[in-house]
Design a protein. Structure first.
Length: 111
């Protein structure tokens, strides 16, 4: 498996990939949050390139912030969805998808 971090967003209301979702990737370094990247999903609900490639991925704590309130055009319940996770093997592939609606979400470590 190639070392990388990737994600995609699925709209569970419409049953489609969620295009146009803003995503921020943060790391925790010395107790501080550091913004690494801000991207927007493409028509397939994915980013055009990995969030971190083999040269960039490091062992550590990370957070993906998904701006789903903006995507759905309402912030009556969920606005931003944070997903905190750790990378323990910088040679492995990490895929962190988000399945979401304006009221619920789920995630998992995919391949």
């Amino acid at each position: 498996m190639n070392a990388k971090l990737s994600t995609h967003v699925l709209d569970t209301v419409r049953g489609n990939p969620a295009a146009g979702v803003k995503i921020e990737l943060w790391s925790r370094e010395n107790g501080e949050r550091v913004l690494l990247k801000s991207v927007v999903t493409n028509s397939d609900g994915r980013t055009d390139t990995p969030l971190l490639n083999a040269d960039e991925i490091k062992v550590g704590e990370y957070e993906l912030m998904f701006f789903i309130g903006d995507y759905f055009g309402e912030k009556t319940f969920l606005d931003r969805v944070p997903v905190h996770f750790s990378i323990h093997d910088a040679t492995a592939g990490y895929h962190v998808p988000l399945l979401c609606s304006p009221w619920a979400y789920s995630t998992y470590r995919g391949s």
